[in-house]
Design a protein around this ligand. Structure first.
Ligand code: HEC
Ligand code: HEC
Length: 231
């Protein structure tokens, strides 16, 4: 194994293994698909939930999905529904489910035009006055996150869900006591309710830099023009 990939794996193990759940096993998409039927009721067959209180899992980092399932199962991330869902899962099940959902394409939402100015400013630049760092520093300019560091994909997530988690962190919820888990509560505490609403809406409409290939090429979609789909 190359040193680089060992370091990435190390980061995942440190983040996911905080509760002695062991290493993240290698998951497979096919096995995950077979195990995902029970998840579809809330998260959608392909991980694109329609009810905005349930997060979309499509395109999410496998390392992040795995970490969350471990956190739910151990009760560190407290949610009665997901506690029940994660309880019977083995580490292998979690890794397979993570592989399956991460391989699906997320269907992004649309930002409220009135939220874009503030939402984009916070996302790209943070808020110096209140000590909020730029979201894109970790989640990426296109909201894709960083699998090695277990920073989740955000782009296209439901506004409702994003507001719920950011507000919960703002109000004192944490997902454990690790340095990693403290990052978001520390940031969210400094956001106002209005900033949370606007940045959540902005993120819901954020597209990835590699566009979801449109059925009709549009004139101003530069990325599509320079990188057309292969027939
Ligand atoms: C009855 C509805 C329901 C079912 C079925 C369900 N979930 Fe969830 N799931 C939720 C809810 C609600 C949340 C949000 C929890 C919160 O707010 O902390 C969630 C959150 C998650 C998250 C965290 C996502 C994120 O962006 O942080 C993951 C991962 C997840 N579920 C995976 C699964 C998997 C895998 C299954 C199937 C084994 C499953 N869920 C089945 C309701 C459900
Ligand atoms: C220093 C890195 C860092 C910065 C900066 C950062 N985040 Fe995060 N973010 C994280 C990490 C790490 C997690 C996952 C936390 C966990 O798993 O315990 C996360 C998770 C999230 C989630 C949960 C996603 C989900 O699917 O449940 C949201 C929403 C979020 N961040 C929004 C933001 C916003 C908005 C900003 C800017 C105001 C921001 N983040 C800035 C590191 C960062």
């Amino acid at each position: 194994m190359k040193l680089g990939s060992m370091m990435i794996l190390g980061a995942i193990l440190i983040a996911a293994g905080a509760h002695a759940e062991g290493a993240m096993p290698a998951g497979t998409v096919a096995a995950g698909k077979a195990k995902s039927a029970i998840c579809a009721a809330c998260h959608g067959m392909d991980g694109n939930s329609t009810d905005p209180q349930y997060p979309k899992l499509a395109g999410q980092q496998a390392s992040y999905i795995y970490r969350q399932l471990v956190l739910f199962k151990t009760g560190v991330r407290q949610n009665p529904i997901m506690l029940g869902m994660a309880m019977p899962l083995s580490n292998q099940d979690m890794a397979d489910l993570a592989a399956y959902f991460s391989a699906q394409k997320i269907i992004t939402g649309v930002a409220d035009p009135k939220a874009v100015a503030v939402g984009q400013a916070v996302y790209r630049g943070g808020d110096r006055a209140s000590g909020v760092p730029a979201c894109m520093a970790c989640h990426g300019p296109d909201g894709r996150g960083n699998p090695g560091a277990v920073y989740p994909h955000l782009a296209g997530q439901h506004t409702t869900y994003l507001r719920t988690v950011l507000t919960a962190w703002h109000d004192g919820t944490t997902w454990g006591k690790t340095t990693h888990a403290e990052i978001m509560p520390t940031i969210a505490r400094r956001l106002t309710a209005a900033q949370i609403a606007d940045v959540a809406s902005y993120i819901a409409g954020l597209h990835t830099a590699t566009p979801i290939v449109p059925t009709q090429p549009t004139v101003n979609n530069a990325a599509f023009a320079t990188n057309p789909p292969q027939q």
